[in-house]
Design a protein around this ligand. Structure first.
Ligand code: AN7
Length: 344
């Protein structure tokens, strides 16, 4: 399967002959969730964005942002990140043969993401500060130096990420449009991108889906209506207090007749476990915020068919899984002991 730029070139700002930096991102599975459907009384589908090459939806935006940077003659890219953007930027920069620096809140990103950034050869900077401070600093840095900013403030990121909406329409078909999209919200680029994708496809679908965004309760500026100085949540990917695309996200929500709500860390973890043990789908806690939101708030009036965007793979954050999963049963190396261990 070709990468996104090749598949959707007519709807992306790339001309034939432009350099394309790709890892064959996109075309991710859309999996029906029977148990979740039963619990919610609707038809629920999971868009498995963790199946992208670096394990998150960021790859959709990054193929475009890094291709654009190369086209414009940049030899270096930079981003602030809660982890997934860093992993994706590092991989695509490696692919492009250019330099990458990532600024992450020190000690606050999941181990898998850190492993990716390091092994792809990025300069990994552990900032004594949070994501919002990191983003402010990289914006200044990229204005003062010839280094391309690949956060979702870069319009090419939104362009790439809107293709997830195109895929949903293709997969479900125009006769079976979805009524709503549930999605976790951090810096608010992804919900903005989905809405752009649906809006550009308005002529192909009978009705526009409602955008249902969910933030972690300790990092819910769009629910509270003001920035959060010290955001806190175990869903480290969405530990963001001042989303760069907050206004656009609110617009997407109001234009679509949707809503933004918050969920507690406990509710996020319950959804995270439910997906893993009832549906066989392992996503990271931040991704499970979308499902938590539906479990807590229910399906809105008139919503029957819904897609939850599961934004990142569970393996990104092995520590959380091991911490909250069932423990490991120690066992001597003989059959009787194994029998006891297996059957209890
Ligand atoms: C798994 O990597 O912001 O609302 O720096 O990694 O578009 O920010 C990650 C965000 C949801 C929120 N789920 O998306 C980063 C970063 C996962 C994420 C979000 C992120 P946006």
């Amino acid at each position: 399967m070709a990468g996104l730029i090749e598949r959707y070139r007519d709807r992306l700002p790339f001309a034939p002959g432009d350099p394309v930096i790709t890892l064959d991102e996109g075309a991710t599975p859309l999996v029906h969730a029977p148990r979740l459907s039963e619990r919610l009384g609707g038809e629920v589908w999971l868009k498995i964005e963790g199946a992208n090459p670096t394990g998150s939806f960021k790859d959709r935006g990054m193929t475009c942002a890094v291709s654009g940077a190369v086209r414009d003659g940049s030899t270096a890219v930079v981003c602030a990140s809660t982890g997934n953007t860093a992993a994706s930027a590092a991989a695509y920069a490696a692919r492009a043969g250019i330099t990458c620096a990532v600024i992450v809140p020190d000690g606050k990103i999941a181990r898998g993401k850190l492993a990716q950034a390091v092994i792809h050869g990025a300069r990994v900077v552990g900032l004594k500060g949070n994501f919002d401070e990191a983003l402010r600093l990289v914006r200044e840095l990229s204005q003062a130096h010839p280094i391309a900013l690949v956060n979702s403030v870069n319009p090419l990121r939104i362009e790439g990420q809107k293709t997830a909406a195109f895929e949903l329409i293709e997969t479900l078909g125009p006769q079976r449009p979805l009524d709503a999209l549930a999605i976790s919200v951090g810096n608010a680029g992804n919900i903005t991108a989905y809405w752009k994708g649906f809006s550009e496809s308005a002529d192909q679908i009978e009705r526009m889906p409602k955008m249902l965004g969910f933030q972690a309760a300790g990092a819910a500026p769009l629910v509270l209506g003001h920035a959060v100085e010290q955001p806190e949540t175990l869903a480290s990917a969405i530990r963001i207090g001042d989303p760069a695309r907050g206004e656009e996200a609110l617009l997407a929500v109001s234009e679509s007749g949707g809503a933004i709500n918050s969920v507690t860390d406990e509710q996020i973890l319950e959804a995270y476990r439910f997906l893993a043990d009832q549906e066989g789908v392992f996503c990271e806690p931040s991704s499970a915020a979308s499902v938590a939101g539906l479990l807590v708030h229910g399906l809105p009036e008139g919503v029957e068919r819904i897609v939850c965007a599961l934004t990142g793979h569970g393996l990104k954050d092995p520590e959380t899984a091991i911490e909250i999963g069932e423990g490991i049963i120690p066992c001597e190396a003989n059959l009787a002991a194994v029998e006891t261990a297996v059957w209890g």
